[in-house]
Structure formats: C-alpha cells, structure tokens
Ligand binder design. Structure first.
Ligand code: UT7
Length: 332
C-alpha cells in the first residue's frame, strides 16, 4: 500500500523591484494625500517594475528560492504561475518563466484567480504532490499591477504594486505538518464590481477601448470592500471550525494585503491579536497574487514563522474569488 503523503512548503523566495512610489508621489499626480491613503488602506509605499514583465517578477522570485534552498532548476517538475497580468495572452507566462529559470524538465501553466490566485494555485500544486506524480512543484504569485493601473484614477492607482513571490512544494510524510486543508469559493456575479473590461474576447482591443480606458482595472471600491470584509472573515472562521481550532491555536494569520481594515476585521472575527497577523501592505501595497507568499517569505526569513506554527492563509479578490487554507509550518 502506498503511504499517504501531503505537500509541505520546503522553500520560499521573493522578488520586489527597486523603484519605490511613496504616498508623497501620489500627492503630486492625483488629488490625494498621505493621511487619506494611510487611514483608508494602510499603504505607505509600493514597488514598481520599470523594465520587464510579470515573468521577470516570477523568475526573480523563483531564482531567489532556488538559490536559498540549493535546488537545481532541472529538478523542478511543475511551475504554476498565479497572475492576472500575464506577459501576453499566449504563451502562458509559466512557459516564459520555465525558460528564464532554466527549469528544463518542468511543465507549467497559468492560473487566474486575481487576489486569491496564490491560494488557488497552492491547492492545485498540492494535488500533484499528493497524487505522487510530482516531487518538486513551484507555486509562484506574480503581478505587474502597474501595467493595468490608470495613474490618473485616484480610486485605484494608490492601491497596487508589483512583486513576485514563490514557494516550493515537496512530499511530506509526517501529516502533522504541511498543507492540511482549504476552503475555496467563487461567485461570478461579483465580476461587475472588479474587472478589466477590454482586451479579451468579450471586448477585443480597439481605438475605442483605449480611448475609453477599458484596459485598466475597474473597481467599485466600496462594493468590493463590503463583500471582501465579510467574505474573508467568514471563510477564515469556517477554516478554523473545519479543523476544530480557535484563534488561540493559530500562530499567524497570513492574509491577502488589500486593505488594513479588511485584515483587522478578519483577525478580530478569528479572535487573533494584531501581533499574530502578518502585515507588509505598508511596504508593498496590493500586489494581487504575490501578497501571501511575500508575507510568508518575509516573516519566515525574519524568524517569526517557526516550525510547528499553525497558519491560516486567507484571501478575497476579483471574480469574486476567495478562500482560506490551514497549514502547519514544516521548515526549521
Ligand atoms: O484585492 C482585491 C479586492 N479588493 C479589495 O479588497 C479592495 C476593497 N476596497 C477598499 O479597500 C476600499 O473601498 C478603498 C481603499 C478602495 C476605498 O476606501 P473607502 O473607504 O471605501 O472609500 P470610498 O471609495 O468610499 O471613497 C470615499 C471618498 C470618496 O469621496 P466622496 O465621494 O465621499 O467625496 C472618494 O472619492 O474618498 C474619495 N477617495 C479618495 N480621496 C483621497 C477615493 N480615493 C481617494 C484617494 N485620496 N486616493
């Protein structure tokens, strides 16, 4: 009989571009101010990729992961890229990333679930490990949000940044550690509130779509906020209940970084103090699929996430898509 295995995160990596846009910069381009941005979102600054594309953010993160774990790129079996800003419609960004990192033996694909992309891809990647068919799977969240942001729209331009961050999944035999279970959801009736109108088959690019600024993110912030704050808190409580846990058991809530107020509300519903919530929205803003692995990477490298820590990962985003994942950290 084959032994039951699960998947565990055995490596992390990140790449953030050097160029910083702080709140002062936005005061100079739109009618806003540092105080509004800080109190309404918690964002101080974000990173912008001046040269290159999403595949460079993803490849940067993977190279960082491979270096720090001493992994040969040729050992990688599969690369899943979670993104809503692919380099192009096709080929998939995963193909471009595979080539850039020299993962000669890997296949790969892109997964589109907006801000929940990393959670959806983590779930997908773990299935290939659990099936016993793949030994090393890389899940990378990467988004060059600056490529779809309208820098004349104060409602959205202050929110987003560019980044890539990756995890390595490998088989794990001690089932007390590693990825345990998740709850993932979609509700396509929410697509009106958060989307990019043009460029797809519904509205192919034309002079008119460009004139109408339909190639940028559209977000009804207030409407999304209302469902996000409830959706992320509800699913985070649901994952606790599913695992017979309370907030006291959880070492870290690792939430998607869209708005500090949504994060605070989720932590409160779970009964978690601020000290047990990973936060880096102040430094990077909303980097869509990259926020959760960026938090994992930074908090692990700072020695804050430790072996045996029980973690809840949670996200809400465009689609609508949302979900939560329970895992026990297995790296020393
Ligand atoms: O990550 C994917 C999922 N997305 C989210 O989770 C985002 C959810 N939404 C949000 O985080 C918030 O709704 C925002 C941060 C986007 C906006 O915050 P809000 O408190 O919901 O503001 P609002 O949209 O209700 O706008 C309040 C006021 C408006 O002015 P009036 O109509 O009251 O005069 C806006 O025009 O704030 C104004 N405003 C701004 N003022 C200064 C909007 N953006 C800005 C700005 N600076 N950058």
């Amino acid at each position: 009989m084959t032994k039951k295995i699960n998947a565990a995160i055995t490596g992390v990596g990140m790449y953030v571009p050097d160029k910083v846009l702080d709140n002062k910069y936005f005061e100079s381009i739109v009618d806003t101010n540092d105080e509004w941005i800080m109190t309404r979102t918690g964002i101080k600054e974000r990173r912008i990729l001046e040269q290159g594309a999403t595949s460079d953010l993803a490849a940067g993160a993977i190279k960082n992961l491979l270096e720090t774990t001493g992994t040969d790129p040729e050992e990688i079996d599969l690369i899943i890229v979670a993104t809503v800003t692919p380099d192009m419609f096709f080929p998939a960004t995963a193909c471009l990333v595979q080539n850039k990192v020299g993962a000669k033996n890997a296949w790969g694909f892109d997964l589109s679930a907006a801000c929940s992309g990393f959670l959806f891809a983590l779930d997908t990647g773990s299935k290939f490990i659990e099936a016993g068919t793949h030994k090393k799977v890389i899940v990378v969240g990467a988004d060059k949000m600056s490529s779809i942001v309208d820098y004349t729209d104060r409602n959205t331009c202050i929110l987003f940044g560019d980044a890539g961050s990756a995890v390595l999944l490998e088989p794990n035999e001690d089932l007390n550690f590693g990825l345990q279970n998740s709850i993932l959801k979609v509700d396509g009736s929410g697509s009106e509130a958060l989307h990019m109108k043009a460029g797809g088959s519904a509205m192919p690019s034309s002079h008119e779509t460009i004139d109408n600024k339909y190639h940028y993110i559209y977000q009804d912030g207030k409407a999304v906020f209302k469902v996000a704050v409830k959706g992320m808190a509800d699913v985070s409580v649901e994952i606790l209940e599913k695992n017979n846990l309370t907030g006291d058991d959880i070492a870290w809530l690792v939430p998607h970084q869209a708005n500090l107020r949504i994060i605070d509300a989720t932590a409160k519903r779970m009964g978690l103090p601020k000290e047990r919530v990973t936060i880096n929205i102040d430094k990077y803003g909303n980097t869509t699929a990259a926020t959760i692995p960026l938090c994992l990477t930074e908090y692990y490298r700072d020695g804050k996430i430790k072996k045996g820590d029980k973690l809840v990962l949670a996200a809400f985003g465009g689609g609508f898509t949302w979900g939560a994942r329970y895992l026990v950290w297995s790296m020393d």
